[in-house]
Design a protein around this ligand. Sequence first.
Ligand code: SAH
Ligand code: SF4
Length: 392
Amino acid sequence: MTAPITQDVLTLPRKLPEGPVNLIGLTRAGLREALIAAGTPEKQAKMRVGQIWQWIYHWGVRDFAAMTNLAKDYRAMLAETFVISLPEVVTRQVSDDGTRKYLVRIAGGHEVEVVYIPEEDRGTLCISSQVGCTLTCSFCHTGTQKLVRNLTPAEIVGQVMLARDDLGEWPEPGTGTGEAGPRLLSNIVLMGMGEPLYNFENVRDAMKIVMDPEGISLSRRRITLSTSGVVPEIARTAEEIGCLLAVSFHATTDEVRDRLVPINKRWNIETLLGALRDYPRLSNSERITFEYVMLKGVNDSDADAKRLVKLIEGIPAKINLIPFNEWPGAPYERSDRQRIKAFADIIYKAGYASPIRTPRGEDIMAACGQLKSATERARKSRAEIAAEAGLG
Ligand code: SAH
Ligand code: SF4
């Protein structure tokens, strides 16, 4: 006998797609839609969203059966309709300095890397936003790999959740809120593979989930998004995410920046600085981080340091000097220690913080710009890279 068709089903406005739907990565609004489509009465939807949200993002629960404040048959319905699923960790490497690198497999068999960097006063997770990158910064290993696809919100939030799994950082249900001690994973940087502002909506939704106070609850001031300079999306980042911003500046003349960060040909230094000037006000945040990779004989002269200080005048800023991390076949060398120090000194004397970033996890190729999926076959040709970088 077929089941009686109820009024509810007949008037149901929404339909779920075929196959189980992953609840991870849905915003609160998305979760509400999904629950209603699965038959949750609209009047109860808000409460159910709140309950399920807490189980998933506060307690880290993956099993519907453990959601004890929901009725048994409702849990059974959830288990039939939905999954709570994270990307799979393929390998986990731990560096001598405690840095952890995870190779993570996502749908389609693609891989991205996630790096956890423990420091004295914080633990930072460096997450990826794309498989590969459409851009071709000539000093970046990821830039030699074609864009395969954007990561979904689930795959972005999933990176945070799998790191929390590995660090054992979910609270125990029934033993308080889990806010007792300092957090192992206290900060997030979007500095892994990909250009986050070319995957804006998914990055935004994922960060909204991570910032939600009833879940993972990381403050927007503990999230830093690094962009190569996708100018039209910078104001949106301030308004719709509100996190801290880092910009891959790397050069002080358009001529050199065109070569290092080819997106500069589209939005040059002056246009970029215009967008950056508005960012602190729009996002109500303090300082912008200017990332500056130190390449021997390319962008590391005293004259560069002086130009840099002039260019950023009036922008509340910190300048993060990144000694170039080498990778097989890279066309650059790292500036000498003394040179980096002299460069830092000029910036410091002009009144800006100018920390030199200590490369972390070098022994496991986990340092900035070294990430690249070893198994990914889609490589840019040398000619493509050279043409984009204006070297051809
Ligand atoms: N696509 C974004 C974020 C990822 S890269 C961006 O470009 O900003 C994170 C930082 O590492 C960027 O500042 C990038 O320019 C820098 N980087 C890339 N390759 C590097 C390398 N080989 N050595 C040092 N820093 C590198
Ligand atoms: Fe892409 Fe950033 Fe690498 Fe440039 S530095 S190629 S934008 S990941």
